[in-house]
Design a protein around this ligand. Structure first.
Ligand SMILES: Nc1ncnc2c1ncn2[C@@H]1O[C@H](COP(=O)(O)OP(=O)(O)OP(=O)(O)O)[C@@H](O)[C@H]1O
Length: 586
């Protein structure tokens, strides 16, 4: 049976809604009209209540005189012309004022407690000798002066120690003088509580100094494939706000965004080479290992380990690793090859440019020279009456940028005096690791840090400066030697995952490709060159100098090595993309 519809009056809600709307409008209109009356009546109620309170608060013996005063006022009002009218107007005005909407009184800001006030006063007093001069008619800093006029903002941590403080200082204070600043920073550091790192921001325009306590940098980030582009290397991580970019990283179980210190290399880099200095055990080798692992997917790497401790053993024999040398002869031979290779790249790139062509691929494939502890080799070379290997770095350092050659040098701080002049001149990207005084940081980076030295310095902690940029706090990602027994399993696996394939496997693949290519060339009866040249130049092919043999064989001028002094076997040269342009040109 079909359902009967309900009567329309029960289902049609439009008239009800209209009625409700009308009632609301009428109420709003009435409220507007009667608003003054409402205010006045509320005010009268408040005045009467206030009068009653006053009457009850008045002692009994004084009530008579109060009553007499009130009666006198009434009589006076009645006698003066227009008195009652004026009195009525006055009462109405008083009622309107008393009845107005009152904003809830704002909660008074919680001021500093007694202990905190004491700390601020002590800080203020400690600054007086530095910020006050005799003859100032209205000194901002004076003994028994008011700290509240000098300290504009402050915050405290749970322990009651200052977490941030902004203070004003007199305009005559020499805030452009590093020594004057250092004295103030030293006082604030001592009085605010040692054991924490502070950042000092000097606003010279408004004569303000802001001190902020810095949280420790994260130490839980291990080696991993960072989200960077070709030519970018993550040196480590720094403070939020210190750089404009963040990178997603995996730290333990979670993924989070952290601000990286990214070093750019290549043709347009303004700081194409890096110098890392640190205290013993501060993590310089770890940083170099991290750089090598990031460089390998996009370039060839040559490692010279002056300390000879075998901490780069994991790289030996891997695709793209052209050698891991640790002896003096091996280092000299390898660096000599690197210098020639740089020259060869330069000449080839120059010829290509003159011919109006792009530089060939093998020139543009980056070559990284990683030199750990050259001072140890320098010492040996002096003892043996041979050349300092650093002399051979002159060409790669000077011309490396145009030849896609990047040099990374690491040494200990106390051996910095043994670094050669070209190394010091051409390494504009700098890192200093481990406990270092502000003077050390200034000497290495060319500018003092804006933070106080950390008391507890974990390995891989330090400062970085790229060119003339700001000095940044730095924490290097943990990239330990996977063959070290002390390395945790998670870190070992992280590093092993980043290592390229062993070069032997690649060579086998290459040999197979070579056979296939040669077979193909034979089968179509054409010259072998056209079919198999992948990265060669037209010149090379036209010259007939490039055959299948140079495609997958040793690249460039073969990297020499001194096997008897090489702790790790030199990895076979990469067999995947370059041709011997030098021979082709010949
Ligand atoms: N960023 C880091 N995170 C965690 N551990 C690190 C980090 N850097 C270094 N370490 C650890 O500190 C120790 C010393 O590191 P490393 O060998 O890199 O220092 P070094 O400066 O090269 O020392 P040396 O003076 O012996 O050459 C190693 O156990 C290493 O795993």
């Amino acid at each position: 049976m079909a359902r009967r519809p309900l009567p329309r009056i029960l289902t049609d809600s439009a008239p009800i809604a209209r009625g409700r709307e009308f009632a609301r409008t009428a109420a709003d209109g009435a409220a507007d009209v009667f608003h003054p009356l409402i205010i006045i009546s509320r005010g009268l109620r408040r005045l009467i209540a206030a009068g009653r309170r006053r009457w009850s608060d008045t002692p009994k013996e004084r009530r008579g005189s109060l009553l007499f005063l009130a009666a006198g006022s009434v009589v006076a009002v009645a006698l003066v012309p227009y008195g009652p009218v004026l009195a009525l107007v006055t009462v109405m005005a008083a009622a309107a004022w008393a009845g107005r909407e009152q904003q809830p009184a704002e909660e008074p800001a919680a001021g500093p407690g007694e202990a905190e006030t004491g700390r601020l006063q002590a800080l203020y007093e400690a600054l007086v000798p530095y910020f006050a001069i005799e003859g100032d008619p209205s000194p901002l800093y004076a003994h028994d002066g008011d700290w509240e006029s000098a300290f504009t903002e402050y915050a405290f941590d749970e322990a009651g120690r200052p977490a941030s403080l902004t203070l004003r200082y007199p305009a005559y204070f020499t805030d452009g003088d590093a020594a004057s600043r250092a004295r103030i920073e030293q006082v604030l550091y001592a009085k605010s509580g040692r054991g924490r790192e502070y950042h000092f921001a000097w606003d010279e325009e408004s004569n303000q100094l802001t001190l902020t306590v810095l949280p420790p940098l994260p130490t839980d980030i291990a080696a991993q494939r960072f989200v960077t582009t070709h030519g970018e290397t993550v040196l480590g991580f720094t403070d939020p706000g210190a750089v404009q970019r963040t990178l997603p990283v995996e730290a333990g179980e979670e993924t989070r965004d952290v601000p990286p210190v990214v070093w750019r290399t290549g043709l347009r880099s303004t700081e194409p080479h890096l110098l890392v200095l640190g205290q013993p055990g501060a993590g310089t080798t770890t940083l170099l290992r991290s750089i090598a692992l990031q460089a390998l997917p996009y370039g060839d790497v040559l490692v010279i380990d002056g300390s000879g401790t075998g901490e780069y053993a994991c790289l030996a024999g891997r695709t793209g690793v052209m050698g891991v040398e640790s002896g003096l002869s091996g280092a000299l031979a390898t660096l000599e090859w690197a210098a020639h290779e740089t020259e060869r790249r330069l000449i080839t790139a120059n010829r290509a440019r003159q011919a109006g062509r792009q530089a060939p691929d093998d020139i543009r494939w980056p070559l990284w020279i990683i030199l750990d502890r050259p001072s140890a080799l320098a010492h040996l070379s002096v003892a043996e009456g041979r050349d300092d290997p650093q002399e051979l770095l002159h060409v790669p350092l000077r011309h490396g940028r145009a030849a896609y050659v990047t040099v990374v040098v690491a040494d200990q701080l106390d051996s910095a005096g043994l670094l050669s002049e070209p190394v010091l001149t051409h390494t504009r990207a700098r890192v200093v690791l481990g406990p270092a005084t502000p003077e050390d940081v200034q000497a290495v980076l060319g500018a003092p840090p804006h933070t106080t030295p950390a008391v507890d310095v974990p390995p891989g902690r330090g400062y970085a400066r790229l060119g003339s940029g700001p000095v940044l706090r730095l924490q290097v990602p943990a990239t330990p030697d996977p063959y070290d027994d002390a390395t945790s399993e998670a870190h070992r696996q992280a590093v092993l995952d980043l290592l390229p394939e062993p070069a032997a496997a690649m060579e086998e693949d290459a040999t197979e490709d070579l056979s296939a290519a040669a077979g193909m060339a034979r089968s179509d009866g054409a010259g072998a060159t056209d079919d198999v040249v992948v990265g060669g130049t037209d010149d090379a092919v036209a010259g007939g100098a490039v055959g299948v043999d140079v495609l997958f064989g040793a690249v460039g001028p073969a990297a020499p090595s001194a096997p008897e002094e090489t702790t790790e076997p030199s990895g076979p040269a990469p067999a995947h993309r370059t041709v011997d342009v030098g021979r082709a040109e010949g």
